[in-house]
Design a binder for this molecule. Structure first.
Ligand code: CP
Length: 303
């Protein structure tokens, strides 16, 4: 095992070799049932934003490896009495928790905890509009299953790029592993500067679709937008929603992905989301394996 990090924070800071180590272990967990490699380890789920997929699949990943999971609820905790995030995490660590999965609205919160808690592995479950590393890994794993490799694959990420942590992590992960990454959406939903990001912006989805091997449709992150960025959802759907008619412009074997939750009828129609070979639930399934790999590598349990 060459993995040296106690934490999984973001893909911008990972090398291709580190990413391939996570993906390789995730694939091996998918092929054969694991042993109780993390028996006795306590993992806390600290989710300060809503989650269905990330929170539950981290929990199942920990169970699959024999670890115990503490579900921490900010709403019923002493955060309500003014305790800080760091003091809260220090107290949970003092109870014997060795790994924390953290989702927080503030970009950088998992990095702060990772720095301040030297004996705890911190796994970023999504920080603001910054990074969502395990989502990127499950997207990469699913796309590699479909295409054999990321090398030379053309991927379009479509929608609210500016407010999407999924987009940032996918961009870093897929580009570092050899994919050509395009971002597409209304100009108001593009980051103020794309400089430094290994992507090419395209503003017309109909022009982009024929060039793609895979498309990742994003939900509009209304909870992170301070003001309306589009005239209406129906106009957005007309310009950037993926529907059967628009899909005719793409190659027959385009891989259609979505991190979830989907807003059916906005960024993707039900018939496309549920199409003949739906990949979206395969992404969710692979999320369990990549989270098992991330927990296992970061906590450094012996092979
Ligand atoms: N894709 C994703 O992060 O989903 P949840 O918000 O349900 O965890």
């Amino acid at each position: 095992m060459s993995w040296k990090r106690k934490d999984l924070l973001g893909l911008e800071e990972l090398s291709r070799e580190e990413m391939e180590e996570i993906l390789s272990l995730a694939r091996s967990y998918k092929e054969k049932a694991p042993g109780d490699e993390l028996r006795g380890l306590r993992v806390a789920n600290l989710f300060f934003e809503a989650s269905t997929r990330t929170a539950n699949s981290f929990k199942i990943a920990a169970w699959n490896l024999g670890a115990e999971v503490l579900d921490f609820s900010p709403e019923t905790s002493s955060l309500k009495k003014g305790e800080s995030l760091l003091d809260t995490a220090r107290n949970i660590a003092a109870m014997g928790v060795r790994a924390m999965v953290v989702r927080h609205p503030s970009a950088g919160a998992p990095w702060m905890l990772a720095r301040e808690l030297p004996k705890v592995s911190v796994l970023n479950g999504g920080d603001g509009a910054h990074e969502h590393p395990t989502q990127a890994f499950l997207d990469m794993m699913t796309l590699i299953e479909a295409r054999g490799s990321l090398d030379g694959v053309s991927v379009g990420i479509v929608g609210d790029i500016a407010h999407s942590r999924v987009a940032r992590s996918d961009i870093w992960g897929m580009a570092k592993c050899g994919a050509k990454v395009y971002v597409c959406g209304p100009r108001t939903m593009m980051p103020p500067s794309l400089e430094g990001l290994p992507v090419e912006p395209v503003y017309d989805l109909d022009d982009l679709l024929p060039r793609l091997d895979a498309v990742i449709m994003l939900r509009i992150q209304l909870e992170r937008q301070g003001r309306p960025l589009i005239p209406s959802l129906s106009e957005y759907a007309k310009a950037y929603g993926l529907n059967s008619e628009r899909l005719k412009r793409a190659g027959d074997d385009i891989v259609i992905m979505h991190p979830g939750p989907t807003n059916r009828g906005v960024e993707i129609t039900p018939e496309v989301a549920d199409g003949p070979d739906p990949v979206i639930l395969r992404q969710v399934e692979n999320g369990v394996y990549v989270r098992m790999a991330a927990l296992r590598l970061c906590t450094g349990a012996p092979s």
